[in-house]
Design a protein around this ligand. Structure first.
Ligand SMILES: *Cc1c(COP(=O)(O)O)cnc(C)c1O
Length: 477
């Protein structure tokens, strides 16, 4: 491809994407292909000779597109969103064009300084403590791993970085509802899965802080050293809120690193009325939330904040001769703020998003999503076919289909699986599920960038109608 062709195809690609966004509601939200369909449709060998751009995009339409699940569809309600937005996509185009590798200040000063600026903006926009400093990581999983590694180094006075484990007595705590990334991080950090203590939750699925304190005291008596507690603000299953203030007091009392995982819910704190949920954060050590979930910024973009920046850097810095640069002492070299050396220029898309929407524009969208989820919850409560799982929070609505007077929990679980399958295979929308205790429940997250109230109403009608038909069929059997 030469530069003239690049120019021409770039215009074509822009049109192609605009057409895609215009028509996105007409595609099955969840891809309906079978395992192996895509793989087997592609040639065994790579092409020996150059192929034309036209041919490649034609094959994209034919072979790849049917295997796409449309995360940017306004009818995507599964998991948590991985949103983009028009300004974010354009920023990604620019980032790809520049192709900078932002491992340190000198390898692109603007990338490092823009990252510092937008992270401070995010901190202030969401009401985080002013002494927190941010860095962009690829995911919340990585942010949590970085937190646990830093906690480990702090607790061992950097002994483990230097010598490896001699005798592992370290313990980490989270609730039984914490995200699986905590367990993954504990394994990777060499602490051992058995040293992750899962604390019981109350009826609202929030960590019981008294149980946390008892577990810590009992572990210390047995000779363990507690290094880190991970609190969830908005758990993945049901957006449970761990009691942060109480947990932070326990962590301070026993000098334990407190990491707060607000991967999804963190975006909601642009709205002041929800900030009571992060009271106590000023006593935490680190915090993560994902603009790539609910803040209209393309994956990957995870905002990680720490109070003690020196502790973070001391845990991760490396300085071989070939990476030494003159301004090292005056600037942020983000290679020392996490695991990767090489880094993409991820601050750019955040800058485009925050400026294009404005803080007020972001607030308005988030507030709408939350209002519409509240509307959905009210509708569910009005029917006898469903039960709402309470409390309903943010953009997530959890509910369960309970037709007639069926009492057997396993049968109700099976019926809910069946309903979910019918809904998702229609292609009209995409929901996901979780289990609360032993109950299979449906999850609907209203939070896609361009979802509007009409989409939500239409989806609710479709869910209700599908369930009604299913309940009639069950009644006949
Ligand atoms: C989604 C989620 C994660 C994982 O996020 P990634 O960025 O995909 O690693 C972690 N914690 C919570 C609470 C989440 O909801």
């Amino acid at each position: 491809m030469n530069i003239a062709e690049f120019r021409r195809h770039a215009h074509v690609m822009a049109d192609k994407l605009a057409d895609y966004f215009e028509n996105i509601s007409s595609f099955p939200v969840k891809s309906l292909v079978n395992p192996g369909d895509i793989y087997n449709s592609l040639p065994i060998l790579p092409p020996e000779n150059p192929e034309s751009f036209e041919k490649i995009t034609e094959d994209f339409d034919k072979y790849i597109f049917p295997g796409i699940t449309h995360w940017q569809s306004p009818y995507f309600y599964a998991y948590f969103p991985a949103n983009s937005s028009y300004p974010s996509v354009l920023a990604e185009m620019l980032t790809a064009g520049l192709g900078t590798q932002c491992m340190m200040w000198e390898t692109s000063p603007a990338a490092a300084e823009l990252e510092e600026k937008v992270m401070n903006w995010l901190r202030d926009m969401t009401g985080l403590p002013a002494n927190f400093q941010g860095v962009i990581q690829d995911s919340a999983s990585t942010s949590t791993l970085v937190a646990i590694l830093t906690a480990r180094e702090k607790a061992s006075s950097f002994f483990i970085n230097e010598n490896g484990f001699q005798d592992n007595k370290y313990r980490v705590y989270c609730s039984t509802e914490a995200h699986s990334s905590v367990e993954k991080a504990v394994k990777i950090a060499g602490l051992g899965r058995k040293n992750l203590v899962k604390i019981a939750v109350d009826n609202e699925m929030a960590m019981i802080s008294g149980d946390l304190e008892n577990a810590i005291i009992s572990d210390i008596r047995k000779g363990f050293k507690p290094v880190c507690v991970v609190a969830a603000i908005g758990s993945t299953g049901t957006t449970a809120i761990d009691p942060l203030e109480e947990i932070s007091e326990i962590c301070q009392k026993f000098n334990i690193w407190l990491h707060v995982d607000a991967a999804y819910a963190g975006t909601a704190f642009v709205l002041e009325k929800y900030r009571y949920m992060i009271k106590g954060l000023e006593n935490a050590d680190s915090y993560v939330f994902n603009p790539h979930k609910w803040m209209f910024t393309n994956f990957d973009c995870s905002a990680y904040f720490v109070k003690d920046r020196e502790m973070l850097i001391k845990s991760f810095e490396i300085l071989p001769e070939y990476l030494k640069t003159r301004p090292d002492s005056k600037v942020n070299n983000y290679r020392d703020w996490g695991i990767q050396l090489g880094r993409r220029f991820r601050a750019m898309k955040l800058w485009f998003v925050i400026r294009s929407f404005g803080v007020n524009g972001i607030k308005e969208k988030i507030n709408n999503h939350i209002q519409w989820a509240g509307w959905m919850a009210e509708e569910i409560e009005k029917t006898s076919l469903f039960r709402l799982i309470k409390p309903q929070r943010f953009g997530l609505v959890c509910f369960r289909f309970i037709p007639g007077n069926i009492k057997d929990n396993e049968i109700i679980n099976t019926i809910n699986q069946d309903l979910l399958y019918r809904l998702n295979s229609s292609g009209k929308l995409y929901l996901s599920h979780t289990k609360v205790k032993n109950d299979f429940i449906l999850r609907m997250v209203i939070g896609q960038t361009y979802t509007n109230f009409e989409n939500v109403k239409k989806s609710w009608e479709f869910i209700y109608e599908t369930a009604r038909i299913l309940s009639e069929q069950i009644g006949k059997n």
